[in-house]
Design a protein around this ligand. Structure first.
Ligand SMILES: *Cc1c(COP(=O)(O)O)cnc(C)c1O
Length: 501
């Protein structure tokens, strides 16, 4: 049946929304207009407009697409300005010091725009051709920085959580195969797997436990190992934990060392832990989601000594290489171990047509359709350069150290650690008052008040069962006076809470 004329007209107009050679001037026009709005986002003074969500109900009609009215580009951009760009969190603002969100580099944005527009999917050669080669080259580059052997390989992932998932999965399936002849990929669960144990420090990222649960093994499959007063895993405690589990009849299969813990930026002693993993003949994974990029620095490179002995590595370019989300990688010492996730689908990558010269990256990924996220990194390495990235990372580290030295003798602050990377965990205290419940309340009040008023975004975390504030510094353009300004706001807000209560 033919569409009626009215409907045909509508389609004629909107069919121009497709990205092709006919729409290239519209593409340019839309992007130029969008860029004007993004520029005004960049010029906003505050990292956040302040408590906006509470009056959000009045904007619900803007959020919900209307089934009858359609907007032109100016109207749509105007709505998104009101809904989002005028209010959302700006990670480039020096008052944003909460989480591991970095300011992003312009070359990376160019890469992201091109990747999104062209819409390459990198799972098979016939969808990506040279994009596959570029991703592989980015992987080879980071593997060689990590001093992994020639057999090493890797794949881009959605983030550290997914990379850690792959590490645990490969470790488990490889152990089951080598020691019990089990093929878990084909045959699924075996009872012996419920005895498998992973070891990581008590300060490791929660994704280790979460992933163990997703793999059907439960949180209890993860054994937390004690840390020293610098928040680094204690090797003797690791050995004790392994022995204890063995005595209980359980089976150690992997150790996860963290290179840069999320809260404290602490590096586990990778070298020593690598040797312990070797002695027990078990998988050694390094979670470098935060600190892995510090391989590019002169100041911290030595803290990653031994990473070349790892069986697998997680690195997040979207945390510490100034890339837009997502850009992350999972590296593995021996490319053969990707066999635990590979699948050969008749319609995509049939085994009988496997050709080393035209690789299908889907064989290495737990995703199917996958973005060409390596392109951002390619632009960054070509235009900004690895050495410069390294110096940005050194800069944010020194900023954290400066901040530490600036407030360590201040009686209103109690600091947990000297920064090893670029975080600082501390809390506001009332000098002479020993009341943790009260201090918990004040610190949460400070965090919430500064956030809601749009003054600053500081994170909170727990240490020793007490609430602390956390700065995560990832902006090399921030200055110590920017940070001391936030410190002053914290102090003012803390004192104000005291007078109010
Ligand atoms: C952030 C983080 C992760 C998780 O990474 P995502 O990219 O957020 O999934 C894992 N490990 C560590 C140490 C992290 O800091």
């Amino acid at each position: 049946m033919l569409l009626d004329t009215q409907e045909n007209l509508v389609i004629d107009r909107e069919i121009a929304h497709f990205f092709d050679s006919q729409s290239k001037y519209t593409y340019e026009e839309y992007l130029n207009k969008a860029i004007q709005h993004v520029k005004s986002f960049l010029d906003r003074d505050q990292f956040y407009s302040g408590d906006f969500v509470s009056d959000f109900t009045s904007k619900q009609h803007l959020i919900t697409p209307s089934p009858t009215t359609k907007l032109d580009i100016d109207e749509a951009l105007q709505e998104i300005k009101e809904l989002y760009l005028d209010h959302t969190i700006a990670f480039h603002n020096p008052d944003y010091v909460a989480h591991l969100n970095c300011p992003v580099l312009l070359p990376a944005l160019v890469g992201d725009l091109i990747a999104s527009s062209v819409n390459t999917a990198v799972e098979t050669w016939d969808q990506s051709t040279s994009a596959t080669l570029i991703e592989q080259e980015m992987i080879r580059w980071i593997c060689s920085k990590m001093e992994l052997p020639d057999t090493s390989d890797g794949v881009f992932t959605s983030g550290g959580t997914q990379s850690n998932f792959m590490a645990l999965l490969l470790a488990r399936d490889d152990y089951a195969f080598r020691h019990f002849g089990l093929n878990l990929k084909e045959n699924g669960w075996s009872d012996v797997v419920s005895k498998f144990r992973f070891f990581c420090s008590e300060k490791a990222h929660f994704s280790i436990k979460k992933n163990a649960a997703l793999m059907g093994m439960g949180y209890n499959a993860v054994i937390p190992v004690a840390v020293d007063n610098k928040m680094k895993m204690k090797p003797d405690a690791l050995v004790q934990a392994i022995e204890k589990e063995k005595q209980a009849g359980n089976i150690p299969v992997a150790i996860v060392a963290t290179a840069g813990t999320t809260d404290f930026g602490s590096f586990d002693p990778i070298d020593t832990i690598a040797k312990i993993a070797k002695e027990y003949d078990i998988w050694f994974h390094v979670d470098g989601a935060y600190g892995g990029s510090y391989v590019l620095t002169e100041t911290h490179r030595h803290l990653l000594n031994g990473i070349g002995d790892a069986d697998s590595v997680t690195i997040d370019f979207h945390k510490t290489m100034f890339q837009p989300v997502c850009s992350s990688a999972f590296l593995v010492r021996d490319t053969k171990n990707f066999k635990y996730v590979s699948y050969y689908a008749d319609y995509l990558n049939p085994l009988e047509h496997r050709d080393e010269t035209c690789p299908n990256l889907i064989e290495k990924s737990i995703q199917t359709t996958r973005r060409f996220d390596a392109l951002k990194l390619w632009f960054t390495l070509k235009m900004t350069g690895a050495k410069t990235i390294g110096s940005f990372l050194e800069k944010v580290h020194y900023l954290a150290l400066d901040l530490y030295h600036s407030i360590k003798d201040d009686p209103f602050f109690e600091i947990v650690h000297q920064p090893e990377l670029s975080t600082l965990v501390f809390r506001f205290i009332t000098p002479g008052v020993d009341n943790d419940t009260m201090h918990d309340r004040i610190n949460l009040y400070i965090k919430n008040t500064l956030f809601k008023s749009g003054q600053a975004s500081v994170a909170s975390t727990k240490f020793d069962d007490k609430i602390y504030l956390k700065f995560t510094l990832l902006n090399p353009k921030s200055t110590i006076s920017d940070l001391l300004n936030i410190i002053q706001m914290i102090k003012d807000t803390g004192l104000q809470h005291k007078t109010n209560n």
